[in-house]
Design a protein around this ligand. Structure first.
Ligand SMILES: *Cc1c(COP(=O)(O)O)cnc(C)c1O
Length: 396
């Protein structure tokens, strides 16, 4: 059986999204900036897609949506824009969290080199950053708070509306990287006091290389890509019409079945968690309930994550140890370290991220396969031998 459970890394493009994209390649291929009819037909498609994003985020106006090349670019532009505003006002302090995506963390590092001061909030043991933490960190010179909506590794969901309220009461801009949340959780940028929000189509069955940045009107954007006057002059480059149409179709489709998906995914997630926690010396990462309906993340003691992933792959199960961005490096996940897991435990992590395309039968297959793989790897491991013989104390 082949089971794909790495949907936090990327998802399959849905049939609806593909069908929306195909005509844009050879029929509706005009440039939306052109005045002729083919150009204007493309411009209409672009406007319709913008409306779809505005509707599902509850943006006040479609012009508050800027299309980008993905979540990373949206994150970069949001942070650069808020930093530029802060600098003009003499406010050079930014608040974020220790377990953000690297698109945020590395942009913050670049800003630090330019003179900004960054406070990274600690991650509580349950993986949920609180509004109180944000409130206590805000200073008179804070120009931006950026806290992710849901963590891409451990799936925990932050109290975004509360955090947004705290920011607005203090008069500080609030950005959220909502790449894992859009299409999966209800989002209302107005009710949640969100000034800027990043999302990415390939995390909700849209194509790769397309994302959007929501920016509340009257917040001036700084260009990351300079050139033509596309996207209100704030993001140059001929619009990726096939990608944008696919993204909008995917968003419309997934938001239309959010309740149904949530029920189905929660049942599959909880079945996996219950089954996996039967394996001895296993710990769940992140709160059991305040997490995305599609995320399971555990650490197995005495296991080396890479071998586990290769063995699972050999059995047809495509999973991950955490972020696709840290895979390939030997460093353990910064998210699990921020959560307080020791290095040797963080190395034995497994993330199973589901989509509505998965089935209960696949969950059964995972639960039949995984314990054997863990047992096999532990039997081969000298570290496990030391743990079991009492030479080394068990941590979990
Ligand atoms: C995937 C992801 C990104 C990056 O999005 P891309 O479209 O791949 O650039 C950013 N933030 C989070 C939380 C993500 O999961």
């Amino acid at each position: 059986m082949n089971v794909y459970v790495d949907n936090a890394a990327t998802t399959a493009v849905s049939k609806t999204a593909l069908d929306a994209m195909l005509p844009c390649f050879q029929e509706l291929y005009g440039n939306p900036s052109s005045l002729h009819t083919p150009g204007q037909l493309a411009a209409e498609k672009l406007a319709a897609a913008r409306e779809v994003f505005a509707k599902h985020l509850n943006a006040a106006q479609p012009r508050e949506i800027i299309f980008t090349s993905g979540g990373s670019e949206a994150d970069n532009q949001a942070l650069r824009s808020a930093a530029a505003i802060g600098k003009r006002q003499g406010k050079m302090h930014i608040i974020s969290t220790a377990f953000e995506h690297h698109a945020i963390l590395h942009t913050l590092q670049a800003l630090q080199k330019e003179g900004f001061e960054v406070t990274l909030l600690d991650i509580p043991a349950d993986g949920v950053v609180t509004a109180q933490q944000v409130k206590e960190a805000i200073r008179p010179d804070t120009c931006l708070v950026t806290v992710m909506f849901a963590n891409n590794e451990i799936g925990t969901v932050m109290p975004i509306a509360e955090i947004g309220k705290v920011c607005h009461e203090a008069g500080v801009l609030f950005h959220t990287d909502a790449v894992q949340a859009v299409g999966h959780l209800p989002i209302d940028v107005q009710a949640m006091h969100i000034d800027m929000l990043s999302c990415s189509a390939h995390k909700f069955h849209g194509p790769k290389g397309v994302g959007a940045l929501y920016v509340r009107r009257n917040i001036p954007l700084t260009n990351v890509i300079h050139g033509g006057a596309q996207e209100r002059g704030k993001r140059a480059g001929t619009e990726n019409i096939p990608g944008i149409c696919g993204a909008a179709a995917a968003l419309e489709e997934i938001c239309g079945k959010m309740e149904e998906n949530t029920a189905k995914l929660t049942a599959m997630r909880d079945k996996l968690i219950e089954g996996i926690m039967q394996i001895p010396h296993t710990v769940l990462n992140g709160d059991a309930k305040r997490r995305l309906p599609n995320n399971v993340n555990v650490c197995f003691e005495g296991i080396e994550g890479e071998s586990m992933l290769l063995w699972l792959d050999a059995k047809g199960i495509a999973a991950s140890s955490g972020s696709a961005c840290t895979s390939g490096s030997l460093d353990p996940s910064h998210v699990l370290l921020a959560l307080g897991r020791p290095h040797e435990i963080a190395h034995g992590s497994l993330r199973l991220s589901l989509s509505d395309y998965n089935t209960m039968e696949e969950m059964d297959y995972i639960l039949e396969t995984l314990p054997g793989v863990i047992q096999y790897l532990r039997d081969m491991s000298p570290v496990w031998d030391a743990l079991e013989s009492g030479k080394m104390p068990h941590i979990i």
